[in-house]
Design a protein around this ligand. Sequence first.
Ligand code: HEM
Length: 878
Amino acid sequence: MTSYSSSSLSRISTLQNHISPLEANNKLRSLVKISPQVSDAISNGRAVVALESTIISHGMPYPQNLQTAKEVESIVRENGAVPATIAILNGVPCIGLNEEELERLASLGKSVQKTAGRDIPHVVATRANGATTVSATLFFASMVGIQVFVTGGIGGVHRHADHTMDISSDLTALGRTPIAVISAGVKSILDIPKTLEYLETQEVYVAAYKSDEFPAFFTEKSGCKAPSRVDSPEDCARVIGKNANMKLNRKAGILFAVPIPKQHSAAGNLIESATQRALTEAREQNVTGNAETPFLLARVNELTGGTSLAANCSSSFSADVTFLINLKLNLRLSFLTTMAAITVDFQLCFIFIFLWLLTRFCLSAFFFKKPKDYDLPPSPPSLPVIGHLHHLLSVPTHKSFHKVSSKYGPLLHLCAFNIPIVLVSSGSMAHEVLRTNGLNFATRDREVPIMEKSLLFGSFGFVSAPYGDYWKFMKKLLVTKLLGSHSLERTRLIRGEELKTFRAMLFDKAARNEAVDVGEEMMKLTNNTICRMIMGRKCSEEDGEAEQIRSLVTKSLGLVRKFLIASTVGRLLKKVGISLFEKEIMEVSERYDELLEKIIKEHEENPNQKEDRDMVDVLLDVCADDNAEFKISRNQIKALFVELLLGGTDTSAQTTQWIMAELINHPEILKTLREEIESVVGKTRFVQETDLSNLPYLQAVVKEGLRLHPHSPILVRTAAEGCKIGEFYIPQNTTMIINSYAVMRDPDSWEEPDEFQPERFMVSPSKGKEEMREQLALNYLPFGSGRRGCPGTNLGYIFIGVAVGTMVQCFDWSVNGNKVNMEETGDMTLRMAHPLKCTLVARIDPLASFEPVDASEEGSTANRKHMSSCTLSLLGGT
Ligand code: HEM
């Protein structure tokens, strides 16, 4: 037996005791030799890519191996990372080889010991030379904190492993080393399904790059579905970042399998055919167990005339090369998305740190003048210079904020560059901001960049107007003339007629067996209704006016999202941000102007009689009245209409879409709802607005849909003056972001918060009206709250209630694949990533069994009496 020196033994035992890459302290590092380039790169946070050395010693003859090794290293360098080829020389593990060492390793060739993880102690103890395989490379790379390791193929579970137990140590090493291994997959001479199974047992995250199938080294496909798929370097960077995050404390690694590039697939297929033939021969000749792999390799080599070795090298490196090209991007982008794989060169790093310190200094000197006795809310870790901007820019924003608040608390102080932001994520904190201190937070943002002449985001707007005389005057007009319960009663006839058109369209689609895009059809309903409610007429479908207004609304909504982000960091982006899409905004504004001018002129030329006066007539009167409480301009009228169209259409349309999706995914809830409608409305007439107050379960369904899927999950306010929220001080001018999505999914306030359970909104013996009222006042914010809360709440509830009621009463709904995909998207608004497209079957014959809806009945005085109580009960009394 070989005798080891005590110093060797102590070195080995210390090496084995390492726990995790980030605990690779100086003492541990002193046991290995790290090249100056690699050492520098690790200390300065630059990207380092580990490379194995068995491919050099055992993969090819000298000097081809040296040439290839140098080529691979130079590709890594070209892509902005530092290569760290790993080997053991004279018993010393080396991380990063210089030219001389690389030459030595290559020329020694197969006389160097092939070193897997288990061989490390022996090679180190005997001061031998070792070329590291995947498992040993992983061990040393992780020891010094390298996060990415690029190789050709990894080992796997051998065929017949159930008898031979032949499972590569690469797999177990991956299971205990938190490193991302990028390879071309697993060769098909191995048992790929079992390899994937084993990796799963080892908790290794496995993803194929731009493919649904796990690649088989020589071929793009292996017949096995990859456990996951990544489609971009950024995806990879995110996963690497999360795995490396010590808070997660995961010890297992990641395997990204990159299929062989297309240009090499022909050669790959040749080798794969030879492999399949060799496998058949092995079966026929009964070569099994440990004898099988050498037999297969030799036979494949024979059959391909030696190309397998060449292809082995070239395909593996081609795959690596392809990935490395992406890796550059990957590592660059990861700067914004993760803290893990930062790739900034030293110079840039220095500039960033300098700017960061400067920003910090400015922040404390100018913005955060706080009374001595109070503290600012706590702040989660931030990035240099940009602070927490990456949370603000990640999509969907509300989810990114939700994650941060779940981890760090309900009141957090963030900053985007030097803009102070406070993130509010609990009901009680939101209540303090929106209600208790409502007056102080009654303005959205004082320093939002304004485009003077635009109807969108211009100085004429109501939604962006600061809390003051103009806003108060317009709010009063809105409530008394359009959105208050009296005005809603007056316009019920219009809504009844539009609902009838919507219903007829659905019956028509059902008869034609045509799919329905629920969001799109709802947009038509809300758009036409609001146009008629405001302007007394709907925009004509015939001359394209209706389509024009819908497309303007859709375009504006896209701009609203951009604008919301820009205005949140408005002070900084005042000059830069808005100008980026100024032209787009002005174009949309001009098109609105043209359309609204035409409508206003029609009103001026033919004013409506007293009883038929609509919002345009009322506003034109105010405009012409020299003695009016507030003098408003023509542009202010137009801007208000634009805002009402934007505020009232998409909100209700998106919410209805979400609710129908939930109902399709919860057939038992749909059944209960249908039973309620049938018992209250009966079978001989359609649901109408006045039924809503008698349909408590329908109301509960609507409320639950709004709770889970609030259209505007982020509410924005500014602190007019410094004040105290909770135990913390909020400085003057701080932008407040209230994450209503987080408030309405807070497990401290809602049981099973992520589940669709309308019952939670039903008044019951265990939960009385009073308790419900309190719960809603504190934790329910789909329409915002306080002075700037939504004035269209009642109308929104009506739109959604009657539409959902109609769709459930009259049709059976289904989607492709039975379940609706509920994935969310949207930056500052919440939308379905896959808009709901359904097929529907009429449950009733509209002509045979149903009484036609009599418009006058819908507007009758008897029904009007229902109206106020209906709205009140919809709002849960709040
Ligand atoms: C489901 C339907 C609706 C939802 C979910 C919704 C949601 C909201 C939210 C979250 C806000 C911001 C509140 C805050 O900052 O506290 C808001 C404001 C507003 N909404 Fe709605 N809304 C809906 C329907 C409507 C309708 C039908 C109209 C009018 C036709 C409307 C007009 C407005 C206006 C004018 C504001 C600005 C209020 C102000 O700044 O004072 N909304 N809405």
